[in-house]
Design a protein around this ligand. Sequence first.
Ligand code: ZN
Length: 118
Amino acid sequence: MTIREHFQRLIKRVSYIVTAGALLVFILIEFRYPNLTKPRRLAIAFFSGLPLALLLWVFFRWRCKCPRCRADYGKMRRQQLGRFSQDRRMYWELWDACPNCGVRFDEPFSTSADGRSI
Ligand SMILES: [Zn+2]
């Protein structure tokens, strides 16, 4: 598996978890509070989804680092595009290699400098 494929798989898994989590929250609220108005149900869904979203954000920040030099891709992306950029491309679509150490995203994921995978 290449580094690019690793990150693509990671984001696919995160999107599955987010979709499943959102569905679960909506189903639970439907059964738990069937008599609430729609705006109230949406408000409850929003606030119960916040901790999950925060956890996912922390997880994603932790995992989206260069497997070789541990450079923070999120930070480098913000420096390049700006914090409020409308560009939705991911790191492996923006660059072909790590901007910090130059490891190519086509290289196998497990061959980091110290030989361990993350
Ligand atoms: Zn790197």
